[in-house]
Design a protein around this ligand. Structure first.
Ligand SMILES: [Zn+2]
Length: 409
């Protein structure tokens, strides 16, 4: 049987070997930024193409093609598994949890109940909705929802709220019209009683966005434009709108509604997908950004959490909402490292599932394990290297106007 040969190294062409080496290194490194799924797809693709060509060629000349067939199917299996990992992180169905005490799509052995919230507590649920975002906030009998996950999250979010005894929401905020934030919103609007709906005024053409507007219309709910400086009460808690500070942005992410939630002596900052442009505007405004918990902007992407912003917020805790093995490489190692270097306790829905934090007004507790701090030189160097490449790519993409196409979620 012939040995399986590696595409790019099948003959003595130096150019091909160099190109193939660069490709394989990129494919391997991309697991750090884009997840294992993407890496597997990249690595298996050349094997699929070349072994398929081999099968045809050998068959034509009536030569044995068993090795090529084995190579083809093995590569196909790797490709399929990689695609599955990417898909799963994108379209995760339910509000899942790896932690006991969380209601959702509970697996066997998990506790299917959570103690009732007492009136003197604030409870913030960072729902695990895959590569998307949805946050439920409770204070006493009052509740609000920030975003509603992806296209398949609607039903599970409603079920999660119902199981927690919530049928009415004082506020719903749709931070911005991207699918990973308003995907499940039509269902939420349809099934829940909503007092106030807050969303930025920005034209958007997706079918889901139109459905959101149709459902709001059907239930006679108005859309309130977020006005910076406006405060709202949620039971004994209050929240203030901090962004958007402008009517026009290059990126849809910067239209994100940013709010700071205060409960007695504790505070949370929810940033949606706001990027550095919006962060700089908030800094310029001179508002007090300082908060105990920072919901990290844009799933921990490099486009957010600039150093000056992080310093101004100086959080004790940070929560990142991202899907396991997601294609976007969220959160970037760079951002996680930066937060850890600042001594912040980092929680991630892609690691812990749904995360619940409770504030009694003085201290905040989490039901999840924080990201361990590893002083690993190799990891640190990879993070810095990948951030440099990303920054270069960002500059190039801005130059050619690709930004909106790439930063899509
Ligand atoms: Zn997003």
């Amino acid at each position: 049987m012939k040995k399986i040969s590696i595409p790019g190294f099948r003959n003595n062409s130096k150019g091909k070997k160099i190109a193939a080496t660069i490709y394989y290194i990129w494919a391997l490194l991309s697991c750090f930024s884009r997840g294992w799924g993407f890496s597997m797809v990249l690595l298996s693709a050349p094997f699929i193409i070349l072994s398929f060509i081999d099968i045809i060629k050998l068959k034509k000349h009536h030569l044995p093609n068993k090795t090529a067939i084995i190579s083809f199917f093995t590569a196909m299996a790797v490709f399929a598994f990689g695609t599955f990992l990417v898909y799963e992180s994108f379209f995760q169905k339910g509000v899942t949890s790896n932690l006991p005490g969380i209601i959702g799509d509970t697996k066997a052995g998990e506790v299917d109940s959570i103690p009732d919230i007492t009136t003197d507590q604030l409870k913030v649920h960072f729902l695990n909705v895959g590569q998307a975002e949805s946050i439920l906030i409770q204070q006493g009998q009052h509740a609000m929802l920030i975003d509603a996950g992806n296209l398949r999250s609607g039903r599970s979010i409603v079920e999660y709220m119902n199981k927690n005894g919530i049928y009415k929401l004082d506020y719903v905020i749709a931070t911005h019209p991207h699918l990973d934030h308003i995907g499940g919103m039509p269902k939420v609007i349809q099934d829940m009683d909503i007092d106030k709906f807050i969303a930025p005024k920005v034209p958007h053409n997706s079918g889901t966005y139109k459905k959101v507007l149709t459902n709001l219309n059907r239930k006679g709910i108005n859309v309130n434009k977020p006005i910076v400086g406006t405060s709202y009460a949620l039971g004994d808690a209050t929240f203030e709108v901090l962004a958007p500070n402008n009517d026009h942005y290059e990126s849809l992410n910067d239209y994100s509604v940013v709010i700071k939630l205060n409960y007695k002596n504790t505070s949370f900052l929810f940033t949606g997908d706001a990027q550095w442009t919006s962060e700089q505007e908030m800094l310029k405004n001179g508002v007090n950004l300082n908060a105990d918990v920072l919901k990290v902007g844009h799933h921990g992407s490099r486009t957010s959490t600039t150093t000056s912003f992080l310093k101004a917020v100086s959080p004790k805790y940070a929560v990142i909402s991202a899907g396991r093995n997601n294609l976007f490489g969220h959160p970037t190692l760079y951002t996680v490292k930066k937060l850890l270097d600042y001594g912040v306790h980092v929680y991630r829905t892609d690691k812990s599932g749904t995360i619940v934090s409770v504030s009694d007004g003085e201290k905040i507790i989490f039901n999840a394990k924080a990201e361990p701090y590893r002083q690993n030189r190799v990891v640190k160097n990879i993070a810095v290297f990948s951030a440099k490449i990303n920054r270069k790519f960002g500059q190039i993409s801005r130059l050619y106007g690709w930004n909106n196409r790439w930063v899509i979620n």
